[in-house]
Design a protein around this ligand. Structure first.
Ligand code: HEC
Ligand code: HEC
Ligand code: HEC
Length: 355
């Protein structure tokens, strides 16, 4: 048998182990001596910058391999929701069309780059991975609710439009409306009020929902018991007085309906059957027992809510994402009894009903 050109011996293994130990000790001594300058006021050497950028690109490319983008990232409901979150959650660091980032933030090392320029250098899947996981050692935060990838896609849908977006279009997408109560202005920007519907069918209508349900939902978000990277930060800004104030404001508004989406008549009929009759054979009680006009004040009303929001929440409930609160624990097993088609049907019916 031919001898291989190199066969590692015991001696080679010992040399390799000693070299590694030597390098580790040298690294420790450098840190111990304190000579490596970690000041953010000094930028990296060009070679260090190149190496970090290279490492970041490779890591993001590798870890985003299993990510699969949904088919319709140009859906305006996704883009509008993503724009609202970008205004409150990203623009302070990254700036936006027509808006500079804060000078304090520009003194970060590395500084958050303008995303109109950088977003097109990544694929949609890579952007998803970055926004969901953040970037270690850079100040780029992870999505606050790790199980809410559905919300991250709204931000990615917005980032994909950003390079073409001028300041006027950005202002139009993210305008804060004038509001009598300042605490409410940010909420109205997404949820609308008595004269305007929510900006996206993925955003629930709050008008005419009971004050007690709204307060409960806001407290659940604020305490992290109802995961949402979009709503948790909004609710965390409120104190118990402002929670009561915004809840009373929305509870007192006329329950303006969201224009129903196109649904075929058969689908709406099937949905009515589930909502009013339930499915005795599978133990599904009629939804209206708990979501109709005579239900408990801490239970949400569903009539006139958009089909996209209802179906989206039922899918989240099925995954157990709202199961950490006593009320969510009631609804979770019911949602799990529904098939995908039944979810579409019952959502279409509730959306077609006048509130
Ligand atoms: C606290 C400041 C901060 C906030 C808030 C923030 N980022 Fe970042 N972001 C950073 C920093 C710092 C980097 C790293 C830049 C680097 O590696 O050179 C970064 C990098 C990124 C990148 C990769 C850019 C590139 O080409 O390297 C994307 C995409 C991104 N952020 C999107 C977002 C989105 C979307 C949001 C809002 C959900 C957001 N960021 C919120 C600071 C922030
Ligand atoms: C960027 C858009 C946006 C802003 C701004 C916003 N919301 Fe929301 N809100 C949402 C979305 C999206 C949901 C659904 C979240 C989920 O999946 O749980 C939601 C859910 C809610 C719910 C739960 C409704 C239900 O039927 O369970 C309440 C209550 C609420 N928001 C109140 C507020 C208040 C009060 C403010 C202002 C302080 C506010 N929101 C600001 C987008 C927004
Ligand atoms: C036994 C009472 C009960 C029944 C029956 C019931 N639900 Fe619920 N449902 C609840 C409760 C309680 C909540 C609020 C969960 C929370 O606070 O997180 C809820 C929440 C929901 C939500 C989320 C609403 C929002 O604004 O976020 C949807 C959608 C929903 N239910 C749909 C249905 C459908 C469809 C049916 C019929 C198949 C149904 N529910 C039957 C008790 C019930």
């Amino acid at each position: 048998m031919a001898r291989r050109w190199w066969q590692p011996t015991r001696r080679d293994a010992v040399i390799a182990a000693l070299t590694l130990c030597g390098l580790a000790v040298a690294g420790f001594l450098v840190a111990l001596s304190g000579v490596y300058d970690i000041a953010a006021s000094r930028s990296h050497l060009e070679i260090t910058r190149w190496f970090l950028e290279f490492g970041k690109r490779r890591a993001v490319a590798t870890y985003s391999l299993p990510v699969q983008a949904p088919p319709s990232l140009d859906d305006r409901n996704l883009v509008r929701l993503g724009a609202g979150h970008f205004r409150d959650g990203c623009a302070s660091c990254h700036g936006a069309p027509g808006e500079q980032a804060n000078p304090i933030v520009r003194a970060m090392q590395p500084a958050p780059p303008p995303l109109s320029v950088r977003a097109p250098t990544w694929t949609a899947e890579e952007l998803f991975w970055i926004v969901r996981n953040g970037l270690k050692y850079t100040g780029m935060p992870a999505w606050p609710a790790p199980r809410r990838g559905d919300e991250v896609w709204a931000v990615v849908a917005f980032l994909l439009q950003l390079p073409e977006m001028d300041a006027a279009r950005y202002r139009e997408l993210t305008r804060l409306p004038p509001a009598d109560t300042p605490a409410v202005a940010a909420c109205v920007a997404c949820h609308g009020d008595s004269s305007s519907p929510p900006v996206s069918r993925l955003v629930p209508r709050l008008n005419g929902q009971s004050q007690r349900y709204l307060e409960l939902a806001l407290r659940n978000y604020a305490h992290g018991q109802r995961p949402s990277g979009i709503m948790q930060p909004q609710a965390a800004r409120l104190n118990s007085r402002t929670i009561e104030l915004v809840a009373r404001y929305y509870a007192g508004l006329k329950p303006a309906s969201v224009p129903p989406a196109d649904a075929e008549a058969g689908q709406i009929e099937r949905g009515r059957g589930i909502a009013t009759g339930g499915f005795e054979e599978r133990g599904i009680p009629p939804c209206l027992t708990c979501h109709g006009g005579h239900a408990l004040a801490t239970y949400p009303k569903l009539a006139g809510q958009s089909e996209a929001y209802i179906a989206g929440q039922l899918h989240l409930l099925q995954k157990g994402i709202r199961a950490d609160t006593p009320q969510g624990a009631i609804m979770t097993p019911i949602a799990r009894l529904l098939s995908d088609r039944q979810i579409e049907d019952v959502a279409a019916w509730f959306a077609s009903v006048e509130p």
